[in-house]
Design a protein around this ligand. Structure first.
Ligand code: FPP
Length: 240
């Protein structure tokens, strides 16, 4: 592996299929999520070698609260356990860990671990790992609109005509992060599920029927290879 992608490649992953993976094995869904954490670990390890500088994983959406209480608390527990066990290792590997989403609404032990992960790793730059938690693309855009409206209210000279894409972007959770080059969805569904609505305007999509626990670095490598062979025109024409 190695040298497949140049520059600051951003891969965003919708890690779907943990529940079905577990069901096929007659296991509780929560064990599917536990297996999903193992996959996440192996994918994080593989990113630097594959030229991936930014990795965003969709771990919990604003809609996931609708799941049974025990599943929600198992997911939050896994997150806390993951950070407790892996933080030193991630730090040694130069991974910066940042949560994106409405993190304030999460339980205190989860917020504490996320804050610790950020404080420990904030100066790392080998891999920027963004964990989307209580994240919703629409909520993020609503937040940006509210922030701009607030500015307009506070500043009598605010020029509404000057609101442009950069102004909106500057109020997203992570304005410094480049838009994803590639969005991978496991589990076979062809939808975005309220993930990164603003940021994926020109992202390439790669969907695999594999369940997330069955996804490996070799699959990631294949997805990147296929992405590199695609012709990204950003609304223009080829070799204009
Ligand atoms: C979707 O599978 C997966 C999730 C809602 C959670 C993803 C979480 C992890 C991989 C582990 C926890 C993350 C961290 C960062 C510790 P699903 O349950 O919707 O699967 P299904 O579509 O087969 O039911």
């Amino acid at each position: 592996m190695g040298g497949l992608a140049e520059g600051a490649v951003h891969v965003a992953i919708i890690m779907d299929g943990n529940g079905r993976w577990a069901k096929r094995r007659g296991l509780p869904r929560t064990l599917g999520h536990r297996a999903g954490v193992e996959t996440l670990k192996s994918i994080i390890e593989a990113c630097p070698e594959l030229g991936i500088r930014y990795l965003t994983v969709y771990a919990f959406s604003t809609e996931n609260w609708k799941r049974p209480k025990n599943e929600v608390s198992a997911l939050m527990g896994l997150l806390v356990e993951y950070i407790e066990k892996e933080l030193d290792h991630l730090h040694r590997k130069g991974v910066r860990v940042q949560a994106i989403g409405d993190v304030e609404a999460l339980a205190e032990p989860v917020r504490r671990q996320l804050a610790k992960a950020w404080e420990t790793t904030r100066n790392n730059d080998v891999l920027y790992l963004q964990v989307a938690l209580n994240y919703g693309g629409r909520a993020e855009i609503v937040g940006a609109v509210k922030a701009l409206a607030e500015k307009a209210r506070e500043d009598g000279d605010f020029d509404i005509g000057a609101i442009d894409q950069e102004a909106v972007r500057s109020h997203m959770y992570c304005p410094q992060t480049p838009d994803p080059d590639l969005v991978i969805r496991t589990g076979g569904e062809y939808r975005i599920s309220n993930f990164f609505l603003w940021q994926i305007a020109y992202s390439e999509l790669w969907v695999t029927p594999l369940f997330w626990p069955d996804f490996t670095p070799a699959h990631l490598e294949r997805a990147l290879k296929e992405y590199k062979d695609r012709d990204r025109r950003y609304g223009g024409v080829e070799n204009a």
